[in-house]
Design a protein around this ligand. Structure first.
Ligand code: HEM
Length: 495
């Protein structure tokens, strides 16, 4: 129980480490959740660790999430934490390469593109793509066969996102060139790029070339659309082309192109990781897969054994499916660490201090540190959730009382207008897979429609079983994916 106290007692305790600059990089990098839970045991909910020369102050639990995700604009900055990673991939002028107020306006424009009218149109398109994928790629028949859940879900995610959000030109251009450019951009979106923004490596050059090519590809689509006469499109390019900043300035073609790249990157791994984890859990639990099937049969089954086509409204009826996705996101939040740079000293409220810190509860997180929130820690905290490690979708049934317990204990807070619509502040909650506060995800409604439609369509048609043990998480990527090589699922056509 060695505790290396900082010289200044107002600073949070520092996690013991042997090598000065390297700090806790290895233990944090290998298994961030184990590292964070272990540190909480030793130091309480607030502590600082060294990560390759950076001082990372962690604040855990719902109150820690509140401190960081609800942090004031003059205290914490997302752009200073992320821009060196994201700008070379998304391109200039958008997201973290512009003042926060502009990002908030860009998020409002994206929200406009995710209207109920558009989401309603997407359900049929996603169903079509899933059925096509099942017959062309999976070649489903009544023999058991195997597929790699991660590969299959990555492909189906890009097919469905391009058919809907990204638009028909992107769907039609989903060829080898697009796939390679995407791969090169993705290769520039790794923890190495985050820690070392400028390295003379071939992957950095490939990333920059791919960014330029992608940007031109999208700008070409936008130009053609402007010149031609087009039917109404339900996609994001169309929504962004008709949007403008609050002073009336429309988005430039370059900004639209870069926002489209940002949305592609923001949605691809988060959604494909979630659908992969969900399918893996369901393949391990045929009883729950069967429950999902019975739920659909009850609600939308025809007397002859067929189903009527899914609609946006139907998805809301599928309660068990909702619990399944919610529970998967509880255990497998795709983003394990959310970071901000501290731009002015943050006094830590006494209420955050855990009993272990009670002798000195007036901590300050100084300017120059980074702060790290990990909603996943609260989501898996045995002090909050019964049998926290168990994947149990039914904990979300109101009657089970577990979710109700959590909700009662932590109120959702006031509504706040961050400029892209009024959102529940919700920064002090034990369940935040989509983040909270001004940087909260705006893709949630799209991600849910995509996940629900893919899973419901698969469930109507195939039986599943898991091949081998349940996979471990891989923390070497920006998004927590199941470990490659452990993700095989067997499937066959439903009898
Ligand atoms: C922000 C999670 C899907 C677009 C975030 C954040 C989280 C998150 C945790 C907050 C990051 C932070 O505070 O630094 C997820 C999960 C998804 C998902 C779990 C799927 C299961 C999507 C999709 C899109 C999207 C499909 C686009 C269509 C965004 C954007 C932000 C964001 C634009 C805002 C970034 C900011 O304001 O700084 N997401 N996301 N996400 N996400 Fe998602």
């Amino acid at each position: 129980r060695q505790k290396l106290l900082p010289k200044d007692p107002s600073l949070p305790p520092v996690v013991f480490h042997l090598i000065p600059w390297f700090g806790s990089a290895a233990t944090y990098g290998m298994d961030p959740y184990k590292f964070l839970f272990d540190c909480r045991e030793k130091y309480g909910d607030l502590f600082t660790f060294v990560l390759l020369g950076r001082k990372m102050t962690v604040a855990l639990g719902p109150k820690g999430n509140n401190l960081i995700l609800g942090g004031r604009l003059n205290q914490v900055s997302a752009e200073e934490a992320y821009t060196h990673l994201t700008t070379p991939v998304f391109g200039e002028g958008v997201v973290y390469d512009c003042p926060n107020d502009m990002l908030m306006q860009q998020k409002r424009m994206v929200k406009f593109g995710l209207s109920t009218e558009n989401l309603r149109a997407y359900v049929g398109m996603i169903t079509d793509e899933t059925l096509g994928f099942m017959s062309k790629e999976l070649k489903v028949n009544n023999q058991w066969q195997g597929f790699d859940a991660l590969d299959a879900m990555s492909e189906l995610t890009i097919l469905t996102a391009s058919r809907t959000l990204q638009g028909k030109e992107v769907r039609a251009g989903l060829d080898k060139t697009f796939a390679q450019r995407y791969e090169h951009l993705d290769g520039g979106f790794t923890p190495i790029n985050f820690m070392f923004p400028k390295l003379p490596l071939p992957s950095y050059r490939r990333r920059d070339k791919a960014q330029k090519a992608m940007s031109e590809f999208y700008q070409g689509i936008i130009r053609k659309r402007r010149e031609g006469t087009h039917d109404h499109e339900y996609d994001m390019i169309s929504a962004l082309q008709s949007s403008s900043y609050k002073d009336g300035t429309p988005l430039s073609d370059r900004d639209i192109a870069h926002m489209m790249i940002a949305l592609l990157m923001a949605g691809q791994h988060t959604s494909s990781a979630t659908s992969s984890w969900t399918l893996l859990h369901l393949a391990e639990r045929p009883d729950v897969w069967n429950e999902l099937y019975q739920e659909q049969k009850e609600k939308f089954g025809n007397p002859d054994g067929t189903f009527r086509d899914l609609t946006y409204e139907d998805l809301k009826e599928l309660k068990v499916l909702d619990y399944v996705i919610r529970e998967t996101l509880r255990l497998h939040a795709p983003i394990h660490s959310i970071m901000r740079k501290v731009i002015s000293d943050i006094p830590v409220p006494n209420s955050l201090s855990s009993p272990k810190q009670s002798e000195n509860s007036s901590y300050v997180i100084p300017k120059g540190h980074f702060v790290l929130a990990s909603p996943g820690v609260a989501q898996m905290d045995p002090l909050i959730w019964q049998n926290a490690e168990e994947w149990n979708p039914h904990r979300w049934n109101d009657e089970s009382g577990v979710a109700a317990m959590a909700a009662e204990q932590y109120t959702e807070g006031d509504k706040v207008d961050y400029g892209y619509g009024s959102v529940s502040k919700g920064t002090e909650s034990p369940y935040q897979p989509f983040g909270a506060g001004r940087h909260r995800c705006i893709g949630e409604s799209f991600a849910y429609v995509q996940l629900q439609t893919i899973l419901a369509t698969l469930c109507r048609n195939v039986e599943l079983k898991l091949q081998g043990p349940f996979p471990s998480p891989n923390y070497q990527t920006m998004i927590v994916l199941p470990l490659k090589g452990q993700t095989k699922i067997m499937y066959k056509l439903r009898a």
